[in-house]
Ligand binder design. Structure first.
Ligand SMILES: Nc1ncnc2c1ncn2[C@@H]1O[C@H](COP(=O)(O)OP(=O)(O)OP(=O)(O)O)[C@@H](O)[C@H]1O
Length: 219
């Protein structure tokens, strides 16, 4: 079978930055004939892509087709079942897990991660402002709503300084204003030479460089 490759879907915003940076750099991440197993069953195979600074890739497709599995594979949380995967830069992951101490105020819970990520307090503050969470910085995480928790995990990604963002369903639970803020943060990250791989059921506020539609045929 022909390995699925991302389709071209030029990004107006990130395209200029990507174009300026592309060619002079090695990919931040690249995959060839990549396959992923869950519980001993091959769920995705033959995936190929390469992302340079300023580029973004969207995994789309129905429930259970393997979008989250691919994100976790790229994050290093699942082993490569077949093919090759080279992740050449640090990554930051946002998925359905709330990796925050629910007993701590939001600022302190996120501060735990910024110290591990080697990020500055200034960067954390900027990320909290970008997703409009500064007003809730002193609220215990357990008191946050679903959408506020999702934004908190996205703040961790923004603050991390990692060049490659892995976003699994980043729009889940977000209202329109928060989606717009997420779109702004993603666009800024790409303009600064970062890269993004996202998985989503519904349109995200970013014109992705490429889309890889998984339909089960590649399992
Ligand atoms: N922890 C697990 N153990 C075993 N199988 C799993 C596990 N998680 C997912 N799977 C299986 O792997 C396949 C791909 O699941 P995955 O969550 O990657 O799909 P998805 O495209 O992200 O789905 P959704 O759109 O519902 O989030 C499914 O058949 C699922 O049942």
């Amino acid at each position: 079978m022909t390995p699925p490759r991302p389709s071209d879907n030029a990004s107006a915003d990130a395209g200029a930055a990507a174009g300026a940076l592309r060619g002079a750099s090695t990919p931040l991440v690249e995959a060839h004939a990549l396959g992923c197993e869950r519980a001993g069953r091959l769920v995705v195979r033959g995936v190929a892509f390469a992302l340079h600074p300023g580029e973004s890739l969207l995994f789309s497709g129905p429930n259970g087709v393997g979008k989250s599995s691919l994100i976790r594979l790229i994050a290093g949380l699942l082993p490569v079942a077949s093919g090759t995967l080279n992740v050449n830069v640090p990554v930051a992951l946002s998925d359905e897990n709330l990796a925050l101490d629910t007993g701590l105020p939001l600022r302190d819970a996120l501060g735990f991660w910024t110290r591990i990520d080697g990020a500055s307090d200034l960067r954390l503050r900027a990320a909290l402002e970008a997703l409009d969470l500064m007003p809730l910085a002193d609220i215990p995480v357990r008191m946050l709503s679903t959408g506020q928790r999702k934004r908190a995990m996205l703040v961790r990604v923004l603050a991390s300084g990692a060049p490659l963002w892995l976003l699994d369903e980043p729009g889940n639970g977000l209202d329109g204003a928060s989606l717009d803020r997420l779109g702004g943060a993603m666009t800024q990250h790409l303009a600064q030479g970062g890269a993004i791989i996202a998985a989503s059921h519904f349109p995200l506020p970013l014109a992705f460089t490429s889309t890889l539609s998984l339909d089960g045929a590649n399992a």
